[in-house]
Design a protein around this ligand. Sequence first.
Ligand SMILES: Cc1cc2nc3c(=O)[nH]c(=O)nc-3n(C[C@H](O)[C@H](O)[C@H](O)COP(=O)(O)OP(=O)(O)OC[C@H]3O[C@@H](n4cnc5c(N)ncnc54)[C@H](O)[C@@H]3O)c2cc1C
Length: 343
Amino acid sequence: MESILALTHTDETGSALSKPSLEAVTAGLVLAAQLKASLTIGIVAADPALAANSLAATCARLLAVSGAAFAEPRYATAAAACEALCRAANATIVLAPGSSRFARVAAGVAHRLNGFIDTHITSLDAATENIEATRWFYRQRIEAVLSRDSRPWFLLLDAGTHAPFTAEAAAATVEQVPVELPEIRTTVTGLRAPQQGTQTIRPDAKLLFVAGAGWTKKQPDGQTHVPEAADLILGFLRHASASLGSSKSLVDQGGEGNSVLPFLTHLNQIGQTGATPRHAKGLSTCCHGEEPHVVGWRFISERRAISLDPNCGWTRGKADVVYVADAFQVIRKLNALLEAGKG
Ligand SMILES: Cc1cc2nc3c(=O)[nH]c(=O)nc-3n(C[C@H](O)[C@H](O)[C@H](O)COP(=O)(O)OP(=O)(O)OC[C@H]3O[C@@H](n4cnc5c(N)ncnc54)[C@H](O)[C@@H]3O)c2cc1C
């Protein structure tokens, strides 16, 4: 009989569980129900009380490590915490969110427990006797289904692949797990993050907004309108809280000395040689929709595009809806409507 452990940690507030952690809880509940196995949830937090209460409805066994040492992400403390939780739960299957806090310690913890780890897991299934974990290889072109006899088997789950667990909070009983901490050589002195407003890549956003090279091309009046393009794109991102993606042609212009949109980098690039983000919806603008770009849209469920070209790739079956229109006009109008809707 498998013993399943879902590892979780708090978010930047320090008291609520992070969204990827709540996704791991959902994955644990589904797997435990399929296998008719027990589920334990391990919490790593300075004070796990609120997080534990939010998990009361799972009816799972709750274990926690707590104390100031676990407030900040740090390899030595996070690894010691996860190891202690795995040992206390006697886990054979360990599900953990692929967050930066756990991704960097999970392989080390698996090694300490003489276990095995697979990362970037997108789905789990135990309909047959075997547990089958799915992940993608070769830039999301090959989907593999893995199963292993080795135990404990650690599975690091990609964010956005499971619904986050949510339920009414209630008083929960938590078992505290003691942790023997090693010598701590790393002191966390603070957090440095990009200034508010400069962050354009938002993995949690519902909408992906893609800017293509058309924004910097000569428009019907024979002129380029790059500063206006920048205003329109940033305005839309602000109103819609969307994540910003780009075509390769647009981000490559930066290296060619041309006038470009200063907030775009290669990190925004979507496609074969770029990213493959997960969002519920995507809106492509001024982009031709060529195959090397559109392969990066694999995990975008609902796709729309605004292009001047009625023969662009999007109209050839790559988008659900295509507006053959001037994106400058459409986004200008859209921003005005969104602005008015706020008031
Ligand atoms: C090996 C390889 C790997 C590649 N990897 C990637 C990748 O990872 N990602 C990627 O994006 N590309 C990639 N490419 C490049 C890709 O093939 C295309 O060249 C690129 O995506 C084109 O970008 P674009 O559509 O923005 O630009 P363009 O092809 O220049 O298209 C611009 C579009 O904007 C439209 N337009 C102009 N003005 C307006 C307006 N006012 N309103 C509406 N529409 C307007 C035009 O009609 C045109 O359709 C790769 C290519 C190769 C060979």
